[in-house]
Design a protein around this ligand. Structure first.
Ligand SMILES: *[C@@H]1O[C@H](CO)[C@@H](O)[C@H](O)[C@H]1NC(C)=O
Ligand SMILES: *[C@@H]1O[C@H](CO)[C@@H](O)[C@H](O)[C@H]1NC(C)=O
Length: 252
């Protein structure tokens, strides 16, 4: 009994990996570099180019990274999860450190006037990690390290969440806490008196529609990069308010 119990989590994790492979997340390790930004508090990692806000409230905590332009995909990679390990540096890699798993929550902006340390310029694959995550795999004095990384399924608690912002003529929806593939590639919205409307990608994981849907309950169809589509019917009731967040009953 004891043995079979301990195998259960392994079994589910393996199933998850098999699912992800079959839907196209590439699990092979690739080469990149990593730095860190901010301090141990993580204050500088809040907000950012993905449109997320207080990363603690939103469930991401300090297990986050900013991505270079080449990985960011104009914000569509926001929410994806990466497993990262420090390599090829016996001096600065922490010996025996477990690979970290981080969610993409920000952009490491390119700087075309710089001539040194231009890690985040295209076409380079670069992770600008939170201080906490960087110092889990390397000594902070290293500054920049070589890493191997791969996409892994995101593990999230609870359902997909929708934060509603804007005004009666412009509705912008932040989609977050997305499990598995993690990165949303398409969103459609339906008011209780409308058909399905394809939302436009605004910035980060913000999606918008120019339409007055005040007073109508809202449903969403969300597609992630793995091609999986989930429907969230009437996730926001007809008395929904701007500035509020509504949580779906399911996750990817
Ligand atoms: C870009 O790099 C230059 C040269 O190092 C620096 O002076 C400038 O402040 C940087 N710009 C930004 C936006 O960080
Ligand atoms: C959404 O889906 C359509 C095809 O249905 C595709 O052309 C488009 O590039 C997708 N992504 C975004 C960000 O709209």
């Amino acid at each position: 009994m004891v043995v079979s119990h301990s195998l259960v989590p392994l079994f589910f994790f393996t199933m998850l990996l098999v699912q992800v492979i079959s839907r196209g997340i590439d699990l092979t390790w690739q080469d990149a570099r990593a730095t860190f930004y901010g301090d141990a508090s993580g204050a500088d990692t809040m907000q950012g180019a993905c449109g997320y806000g207080d990363l603690f409230k939103q469930g991401y905590g300090l297990a986050t990274t900013a991505l270079s332009t080449a990985l960011f995909n104009e914000g569509l990679t926001c929410g994806a999860c990466f497993q990262i390990m420090c390599v090829n540096d016996p001096q600065w890699c922490i010996k025996g450190a477990k690979p970290i798993i981080v969610t993409a929550t920000n952009l490491c902006p390119p700087n075309y006037t710089k001539t040194v340390d231009i890690w985040c310029n295209p076409p380079q694959q670069h992770f600008d990690l939170s201080y906490k995550m960087f110092t889990s795999i390397a000594y902070y004095k290293a500054g920049v390290i070589s890493v191997k990384y791969r996409r892994v399924p995101c593990v999230k608690t609870g359902g997909v969440r929708f934060e509603l912002k804007g005004n009666p003529y412009f509705l912008m929806v932040l989609v977050y806490n997305v499990a598995n593939a993690g990165d949303v590639t398409n969103v459609s919205i339906q008011g209780s008196k409308t058909g399905w409307i394809t939302m436009s990608h605004n910035w980060g994981q913000n999606w918008d529609v120019n339409m007055n849907l005040v007073g109508q309950s809202l449903s969403f169809l969300v597609t992630t990069s793995s091609g999986k589509i989930l429907g969230f019917r009437h996730v926001a009731p007809s008395n929904w308010q701007f500035g509020q967040t509504y949580e779906g009953k399911q996750n990817f």
